[in-house]
Design a protein around this ligand. Structure first.
Ligand code: ARG
Length: 600
């Protein structure tokens, strides 16, 4: 389906050509003076230079040409040469009817047949999910859904931190605490136990303990380093124990991500790329891309145009250990072999920007990805507390994600205390609304910017918040519910009737109300808003669209008594309109991975 802007531009272009001007001047934009008109075209001002004419004269000719066109209710040339345009009610109603009948309100995916990998999550095994993981998870899930909706085969990869020193530390601590376990008996040749020797709570205590202890005790740290190297070299007992660490931890992480409505297609970890590192390094050395510097294997990635310092990308440290960058590069080797992605997007804390710049440059230099493959670092800003520093618990520690979700849900529950609901339902709904508050509060900010977590504002039922959007959607559902029950039908039937065009707009010859037109105009912008968000990896643009739509719905609702409207044609027009608004909001909330309750 063409967008309204495209339809208007087509008309403008033919008018410009018909009047003897180049068609490139006929581009429409949404008006930046909505008090004067809905759309505008500034082409006459530019054309004036080429054709040595007064802009207002050109604008006048175009306006004349378009007068009487059914698409417009107004085409006006105003000084110094603008064209002010309004779309006719009839055309607007027809456009919305077409949207209602089309799949996904007429949105056409632009990237069918392409593949995108979104690398987000980045949780570390044996450590609880904390607020630092919140933004990548929330933003990444939405970006993945946007790309998927736009036609990509979108693959989310959690890229777990499951390799390296933390694993050695856990193994070392386990060995100290439970030396009798068979994992540490070098002469043991039998099968290892199927049951893990620890629970997730044990692990969450063991790891921080070992990490802190190693900072005080050099010999302990050395033992952990050795254990890490032995694990990576394939020590049978360590591998078996590590497998338990992974299983126990992944089960717990999955549960936590599920609770956030964040789901990964791939549960790969850093360890999955490990076997590819050394062959890759050898290859890069052989081709002269990598070289030895002070005992380490490095790739120079500095470019003449660099304004900042750009240190070489280290692949192997002087002690022979592979590191973070080599893991990310080997992971790209793996992804290229398995998926040939058209783009790989990393949603990771923006403080890792230098690392990704080094990795991307090395990948390009070494031809690990094809030249046309897009590598994009979507570096997210920090969620801060009210003091402007990264959000912490009251006693200054790192907040676990589940506690944050609990706190915000409790806050919503408090606010919903006056609702007529049983306790179970109230709890379930406040959890859903709480999550929406948290996720929307995050997503409505530009991903790269820091923001302040403000529980009062996020959980408010007024303003640009998750609860406000949900509340609006629930309100529309309840209007439809009322109409359905008065009719003896079901809400789904009404929605279907709109879908199939049995209930439609443009049935009456009447003046539309101002808030009604505003709502209709917003709705026509659906496809453009989604395309823009997908193209720019910008969920906050979906939020901006959703907020405008919800806000305009509420003004419309305030001005128009839908349920009690007696003229059935007028009522049906309104039903059609709000069914579409609900549909647009539902699609958008799904793109944000926010669940919507039926009532609240
Ligand atoms: N586990 C890493 C960390 O906690 C984040 C991983 C990000 N993704 C990546 N491909 N490097 O810092």
């Amino acid at each position: 389906m063409n967008t309204v802007l495209e339809l208007i531009s087509q008309k403008l272009k033919s008018a410009f050509t018909a009047c003897g001007y180049e068609e490139k001047y006929g581009n429409a934009a949404v008006s930046n003076r909505p008090d004067l008109c809905q759309y505008q075209c500034n082409g006459a001002l530019a054309a004036a230079k080429q054709y040595h004419k007064a802009p207002i004269a050109i604008a006048g000719e175009i306006a004349e040409k378009l007068n009487g066109d059914e698409l417009f209710s107004k085409v006006e040339a105003v000084n110094p040469g603008f064209l002010n345009l309004n779309i006719s009610n009839k055309a607007l109603a027809e456009y919305l009817n077409d949207m209602a009948r089309a799949e996904n309100l007429g949105f056409e995916p632009a990237n069918c047949g392409k593949t995108a990998i979104v690398d987000y999550g980045g949780a570390n095994v044996a450590k609880p999910l904390h607020v630092g993981h919140l933004r990548p998870a929330i933003i990444g899930e939405s970006v993945k859904r946007l790309l998927d909706f736009d036609g990509f085969e979108a693959i989310g990869d959690v890229h777990l931190g499951d390799w390296g020193l933390p694993m050695g530390l856990i193994i070392t601590e386990c060995k100290k605490r439970f030396p009798e376990l068979p994992y540490f008996d070098e002469s043991y040749t039998g099968d290892y136990p199927k049951e893990p020797p620890f629970t997730i709570s044990d692990l969450e205590e063991i790891y921080p303990f070992a990490s802190a202890y190693s900072k005080e005790h050099e010999d302990y740290k050395e033992a952990a380093r050795t254990a890490t190297a032995e694990l990576q070299a394939g020590n049978r007992g360590y591998r078996a124990l590590w497998k338990h660490i992974l299983d126990v931890s992944k089960t717990d992480l999955k549960k936590n991500y599920d609770n956030l409505n964040v789901h990964f297609e791939l549960w790969n970890g850093e360890s999955d790329a490990d076997h590819l590192i050394m062959p890759m390094v050898e290859d890069l050395k052989k081709r002269g891309i990598a070289h030895i510097s002070e005992g380490a294997v490095v790739v120079d990635v500095k470019e003449d145009s660099d304004k900042k310092e750009m240190p070489p990308c280290i692949l192997v440290k002087s002690d022979g250990a592979a590191i973070y960058a080599s893991t990310d590069l080997a992971t790209l080797v793996d992804r290229e072999a398995k998926y040939k992605p058209d783009k790989v997007i990393y949603v990771v804390d923006k403080r890792q920007g230098l690392h990704f710049e080094q990795v991307f440059r090395t990948a390009r230099k070494a031809g690990i990805v094809r030249p046309e493959t897009e590598l994009f670092f979507l570096g997210n800003g920090t969620m801060n507390g009210s003091d402007g520093t990264p959000f912490k618990t009251r006693d200054g520690g790192v907040m676990r994600l589940e506690y944050l979700i609990r706190d915000i849900s409790d806050k919503v529950l408090e606010k919903m205390a006056d609702r007529d609901m049983d306790e179970e339902e109230a709890k379930e709904i406040s959890r859903m609304v709480g999550l929406a508050a948290l996720k929307y509060g995050d997503l409505s900010n530009q991903a790269t910017k820091d923001y302040v977590f403000d529980i009062e504002r996020f959980t408010s039922f007024e303003g640009n918040t998750g609860p406000y959007i949900l509340y609006t959607m629930v309100r529309i559902k309840s209007i439809l519910e009322k109409l359905a029950s008065a009719d003896g039908t079901a809400i789904d039937k009404i929605r279907n009737d709109v879908n199939f065009g049995f209930i439609k707009m443009g049935q009456t010859e009447r003046e539309y109300g101002a808030s009604e037109i505003d709502l209709m105009l917003s709705l026509t912008g659906f496809s453009e808003a989604v395309h823009r968000s997908a193209d720019e990896y910008a969920p906050h643009k979906i939020c901006a669209f959703v907020y405008e739509l919800a806000d305009r719905f509420n003004s419309f609702y305030h001005d128009h008594k839908i349920v009690t409207q007696e003229d059935v044609n007028v009522r049906n027009e309104w039903v059609c309109l709000i069914v579409e608004v609900l549909k647009a909001l539902e699609i958008c909330m799904d793109l944000l991975a926010i669940k919507v309750p039926d009532r609240m």
